[in-house]
Write a protein that binds this ligand. Structure first.
Ligand code: GLA
Length: 395
């Protein structure tokens, strides 16, 4: 069975549980602030954000919650409830100042939080106590880290308000990930976690950062996420290498980014590019086109067309971009081999994590069963709906 739809109730329950842990951890204090920021699933437009292309993600009902209060001692006290987080799960440090900035280190989980605190856009930050909890699977490719960053930023906005600029908020969280987690990610994850809109996927132009909401509310349609529950620990250099190869291709073609390159330009320059670089660029250029076409198909409720583009995206990520893996390919093949399934693809950075499948509501249980029967590992399923971005919760 799929997990029960994680929605408003799950967020409320998570908040209540976090409040309980806060009171247990800091018996002398009462929490005054609670915020939530969602994870995301990307419907299509993979590895296009750092090429100034288009992406089409939606925010999930799965969230990271931060509960806490201001303190007067200038000390920041943090606790994570994540089982997978490295030790220690609780730590304290002085609120940063110009003379005493924060820097990344151990435990690793705290780097996302420290990065956001260090780059926060208003000052002076007072001390505070906070407990963080999440129902976004950690490292599952559903942007658990972006949801943590955006949740922390939203928390800081309550204790030391900034100017409220949402684009700058997303960019600051991205900067935290670059500088404190050494992950040169694009803008998609933080952006959708900030801007997510209930009942809509967002077509984001990662060059202008302009957003077009696309309704995704058909009661006959289900967005099914399947977690492969594998994460291949590669050297960690795959993502930066892909990014580098894209820049190399754009430069060889005399353009600022692959957004400005069309397939004909690429074909004309094929002999000047290394074979691998050519393939990487072919994925990005074709994926940018597929993403705008998919947004149009979704607007027209043409789910078969949308699904076809999803499968093409998966194949391109597998063959040209080489970021899929056996498990993700198995999940997509199993999903597609039955009735009522429009499309399926790996989602997120790749090398494990999740697939996303667009399926007719009447076919969803059969689809889940088929995936379970055929998958060589143990999968986890989420039936999800597009949800709102970061928000303040009522305590
Ligand atoms: C990761 C990054 C995103 C994006 C995806 C691939 O999730 O954080 O910026 O590049 O990979 O589409």
């Amino acid at each position: 069975m799929a997990e029960p739809e994680a929605g408003v109730d799950a967020c409320q329950r998570l908040m209540e549980e976090t409040v309980r842990i806060f009171r247990e951890t800091y018996p002398a204090c009462e929490p005054t602030i609670a915020v939530a920021a969602p994870g995301r699933v990307n419907m299509i437009g993979e590895h296009t954000d750092y090429n100034q292309g288009f992406v089409l993600p939606m925010a999930l009902p799965l969230v990271t919650v931060v509960v806490g209060c201001k303190s007067t001692d200038g000390v920041i006290s943090l606790l994570t409830t994540a089982k997978e987080a490295d030790e220690p799960k609780r730590l304290e440090f002085p609120a940063p100042s110009e003379a005493n900035p924060l820097s990344p280190g151990l435990p690793r989980w705290a780097n996302y939080v420290k990065g956001v605190i260090q780059h926060y856009r208003a000052s002076p930050l007072p001390g505070f106590k906070a407990v963080m909890a999440s129902n976004v699977p950690l490292g599952g490719g559903l942007s658990s880290s972006a949801s943590l960053e955006v949740a922390m930023y939203t928390f800081l906005q309550q204790i030391c308000p900034d100017d409220g600029d949402l684009v700058e908020k997303a960019l600051t969280c991205q900067k935290a990930e670059h500088t404190f987690a050494s992950m040169p990610c694009g803008i998609m994850d933080q952006f959708i976690s900030v801007m997510g809109r209930k009942d809509h996927a967002l077509l984001i132009d990662c060059r202008s950062l302009e957003v077009t909401p696309v309704p995704l509310i058909d009661p006959n349609l289900v967005v099914l996420i399947t977690n492969s529950n594998v994460r291949h620990t590669l050297t960690g250099s795959e993502y930066p290498t892909r990014r580098q190869q894209c820049m190399e291709a754009a430069k060889a073609l005399g353009k600022e980014s692959l957004r400005d390159v069309c397939m004909a330009d690429l074909e004309a320059a094929k002999t000047c590019l290394e074979a691998e670089v050519y393939c990487r660029a072919r994925h990005v250029i074709s994926e940018i086109k597929r993403t705008t076409e998919a947004a149009d198909a979704l607007k027209a409720r043409n789910y078969w067309e949308f699904g076809k583009l999803m499968v093409q995206s998966h194949n391109s990520l597998r063959d040209d971009y080489e970021v899929s893996c056996r498990e993700l390919d198995e999940l997509v093949a199993a999903a597609m081999d039955g009735e009522g399934v429009y499309g399926s693809r790996m989602t997120g950075g790749g090398f494990g994590g999740c697939t996303v499948t667009l399926v007719d509501a009447a076919a969803v249980e059969k689809t889940i069963q088929r995936i379970k029967d055929r998958y060589s590992g143990t999968a986890t399923f989420y039936i999800t709906k597009p949800s709102n971005g970061a928000r303040v919760l009522k305590l």
